[in-house]
Write a protein that binds this ligand. Structure first.
Ligand code: LMR
Length: 332
């Protein structure tokens, strides 16, 4: 082999080497969550993975781990921050310690309707609160719906706040949710979602709060005597990636992932409430629990009970955020 051939071969080799990464193995994105696949978040995560794996074939490979298979709530948060997990969508309550302002979404009966909720998320409120994520090592990508929470328990029917007095409820790690129960004389215990069924079965707690789809997918209706259709609080998810990981992705990959997330978020806004409605119908058809529907007067008692409560949390959730929601409520 003469010198010229060696130079040509070396040049060809270096060109191949320089383009090699694009033919290398795709970047792995592990998406961990704690609920069943047949829930709003479970379906959205699957849809996100499917679209990303199709549209970014060879560039990324998204694998979804549902049902706390990889991490449960608190562990997922730590893994995300430390870079041991790429992606998750924990509920707002699970950000309490990190970014207390997210508890705005946990305040009972705060949002007059879903339109107000979406205006807050898409407007200044969302911008302000999502703005805190970066300094915590997280890239905030979207907010996903589940729906409104209901109250279940094994002791007595709950129609009015006073009926919950003395009962023990499992809660997510949110000071607002803790206060929401304590304010009406109930007790609370905090533990991960993966433990709730066991805690209800063993009587470690009397009840819990969750959406119809989360309850149906975990058979809570088979082990809880009463469910009150209270719609008392919103359950939504903050879709996040580890910030360093997110920034390490090529610009065009990030742009495509953002586009996919936007589509999935809109799909959820159209379907999440329907999925919950169907889960409610299935729970009622199963006939294993007593479902209590509240009259407008009873709902008004609940709303009035929690009115002074907002002031208590205004500095924590950000008074500008709270007043913005009040303003949006008054317009709708
Ligand atoms: C919970 O009760 O912890 C849940 O609402 C979990 C979830 O991600 O929906």
């Amino acid at each position: 082999m003469n010198r010229f051939t060696i130079i040509i071969l070396t040049a060809i080799a270096s060109v191949i080497w320089s383009v090699a990464p694009s033919y290398g193995s795709p970047v792995s994105i592990r998406f961990s969550h704690v609920v069943s696949e047949d829930t709003p978040k479970g379906r959205a995560a699957k849809m996100f993975a499917k679209l990303a794996n199709e549209r970014l074939k060879g560039k990324v490979r998204v694998t979804v781990y549902p049902d706390s298979q990889l991490y449960d709530d608190e562990k997922a948060m730590h893994a995300l921050i430390s870079g041991n997990l790429e992606m998750a969508a924990p509920s707002t309550a699970k950000f309490t310690e990190l970014i207390p302002e997210f508890q705005l979404f946990d305040l009972p009966f705060l949002f007059k309707n879903r339109m107000v909720l979406y205006s807050a998320i898409d407007g200044n409120v969302g911008k302000r609160i999502f703005g805190f994520l970066e300094s915590k090592g997280l890239a905030g990508l979207s907010m996903w719906d589940n729906g409104f929470k209901q109250l279940s328990n094994n002791r007595n029917e709950i129609r009015l706040p006073k009926d919950a007095a003395g009962l023990a409820f499992r809660i997510m790690p949110s000071d607002v949710i803790k206060a929401q129960f304590e304010y009406i004389g109930a007790k609370t215990k905090e533990f991960p979602f993966s433990f709730v069924r066991f805690a209800l079965e063993t009587g470690a707690v009397d009840g819990q709060e969750n959406t119809w789809s989360n309850m149906y997918s975990k058979d809570f209706h088979k082990i809880q005597k009463h469910i009150t259709a209270s719609d008392h609080g919103y359950l939504g998810y903050v879709v996040v990636m580890n910030a360093k990981f997110w920034k390490s992705l090529p610009k065009d990959t990030r742009a495509e992932l953002k586009k996919i997330l936007k589509d999935v978020t809109l799909w959820l806004r159209r379907h999440a409430f329907q999925i919950n409605h169907e889960a409610k119908s299935k729970i009622m058809a199963a006939g294993t629990t007593h479902v209590t529907e509240l009259s407008p007067e009873e709902i008004e008692v609940w709303r009035k009970t929690y009115k002074p409560f907002y002031n208590k949390f205004k500095d924590i959730v950000g008074s500008e955020n709270l007043f913005e929601v009040f303003r949006l409520n008054s317009k709708r």
